[in-house]
Design a protein around this ligand. Structure first.
Ligand SMILES: [Zn+2]
Length: 504
């Protein structure tokens, strides 16, 4: 205690200034400007004889947050306080420092622990004293309440505008501000004509990009805060989806008829929305095997397609017929749900089959052996065999018999790297567990992680999955297990699902 006092007497406290304005408007207002905050702080330091060693300036930084991560200056000054860069922090008033009670106390407590004082430059209060601490709490509460009240008033004003049938927010393209902000927006005739045409065109099948190009070449400019001078496709999309053009105003999810003049009829707006839905569903929906599966005969792509008007039917289709290529599968289709069920069964059974999990476990415990290339040679032989089978140079029975021999030889080899197998096993098992909760996109991604190819024969309704080398030992085991499993008993394995899906 005594030493601290002596040290304070010997060396003047080193001061740091914290200055903040939340936006440019405030920066211009005289009493709150950075310059005036700085002047008041400098005056105080001059009176006390404190040298100013640092200045923290938060321009455009909102204090109305509890997240210290959003307060660059606060983070910086806490870091400096930790390395004893200064002894006292000068703030202009508490609102400069924090408008959130929690953050305010958090920072003050930290400064206190580091032995740094917090002093208010306008009233010279040392917040480190018990009285000061109480003042600090009160000021902080007022400051926080002030902010909440201000944002409450803004919200209330917006709500009132909406209830009167007035537009809330930026003025949309096609309109201009009314005489006062209590008047409805006014139609800009030239822009309105373009908007009407765009809705018509869109309802008749035109795309966003096409309309954007037309508007840009006609010299129209968006009402953009970012000062964009041309329309992007996304801007056209917001126009097409905006029901302000057919007479509505919206606020916080509510909608009502507005006082402004509509540019298009509600009927035209509705017709355009049908096109919106058509365009987005076309772009977004992608099925599990789309872009992953290919034809086992010709390696051509497999497409998803939908048919039927009243009731929709979903199929995977081989594409050689569409593209006028020759393939024995010749454009045959396979019902989407049936094809996908085959794949899902393979993945899902990875967790549900305890006997297979035992196999994985046993194999993982096998002792490691010196590295040799017997495994890779056998794998290469097997790959050639499989290609021959796929190409039709081997019958299924031949392929099964030869693959079995190769797998037996492979099985006698110790795993290359037991930890890799355990790891791969763990991954497969957890994938099996979370598969049912995955979105289609996640499932498609998972298939890409596990399999280097997914082959399909849409005519014979068959699938072949070829795992990546990393997972090959496990899947080989899995296939073995299925082949050698006892038929007729409860078939939990993937191959029980109608023998439609094979692992290569
Ligand atoms: Zn084909």
């Amino acid at each position: 205690m005594a030493t601290a006092a002596i040290r304070t007497n010997q060396r003047p406290l080193r001061a740091a200034l914290l200055l903040r304005v939340s936006d440019s408007r405030q920066a211009e207002a005289e009493s709150y400007s950075l310059d005036s905050q700085r002047r008041v702080g400098q005056d105080l330091c001059h009176r006390r004889g404190w040298p100013i060693v640092r200045e923290y300036v938060g321009a455009g930084e909102s204090a109305f947050t509890r997240d210290v991560g959003k307060r660059e200056t606060v983070r910086a000054l806490l870091a400096d306080a930790t390395s004893s860069v200064f002894d006292v922090l000068i703030v202009h008033d508490v609102s400069r420092y924090a408008r959130d009670e929690e953050l305010g106390h958090f920072v003050l407590n930290n400064l206190h622990l580091l032995g740094v004082k917090l002093v208010n430059a306008t009233n010279d209060i040392d917040y480190d004293t018990p009285e000061g601490r109480m003042m600090f709490s009160m000021e902080l509460s007022f400051s926080a309440a002030g902010s909440r009240k201000a944002s409450f008033h803004i919200k209330k004003a917006k709500q009132q505008k909406f209830e009167m049938g007035l537009h809330v927010g930026d003025v949309p393209f096609g309109y201009a501000a009314g005489e006062t902000n209590k008047d409805p927006l006014l139609v800009v005739r030239t822009e309105a004509a373009a908007i009407r045409q765009a809705f018509e065109d869109f309802a008749n099948g035109a795309g966003y990009t096409e309309i954007a190009r037309r508007w840009n070449s006609a010299g129209f400019q968006p009402h953009s805060k970012q000062h964009r001078s041309t329309f992007a496709a996304s801007a056209i999309q917001s126009v097409i989806e905006n029901d302000f053009y057919c007479g509505y105003v919206r606020h916080l999810g509510e909608r009502k008829l507005g006082l402004h003049e509509a540019i298009i009829s509600e009927d035209l707006w509705m017709r355009a929305q049908v096109s919106v839905r058509r365009q987005t569903s076309k772009a977004r929906e992608s099925w599990l095997l789309s872009g992953t599966a290919e034809c086992v005969e010709c390696n051509g792509p497999i497409w998803q397609f939908k048919t039927g008007t009243k009731k929709a039917y979903f199929y995977y289709r081989e594409t050689s017929a569409v593209r006028e290529r020759k393939c024995s599968v010749g454009g045959a289709v396979w019902r989407r749900d049936l094809a996908e069920a085959e794949v899902c069964a393979v993945i899902e059974s990875m967790t549900t089959d305890p006997r297979w999990l035992d196999e994985v476990d046993r194999s993982a415990r096998k002792a490691p052996a010196p590295q040799d290339d017997r495994r890779s040679k056998l794998m290469a032989t097997k790959k050639r065999l499989t290609n021959a089978y796929i190409a039709g140079a081997r019958s299924e029975a031949e392929w099964r018999a030869e693959a079995k021999t190769l797998d037996e030889q492979l099985g006698r080899l110790p795993p290359d790297n037991p930890t890799a197998v355990v790891f791969a096993g763990g991954r497969l098992i957890s994938i099996g567990q979370i598969w049912s909760g995955m979105t289609t996109d996640e499932r498609r991604e998972t298939l890409r992680i596990l399999f280097q190819s997914v082959k399909m024969n849409t005519r014979d309704k068959r699938l072949w999955l070829e795992p990546w080398p990393e997972f090959a030992p496990l899947f080989a085991m899995r296939r073995d297990y299925c082949v050698h499993g006892t038929p007729g008993r409860t078939r939990t394995c993937a191959h029980g699902l109608g023998n439609h899906c094979s692992i290569l």
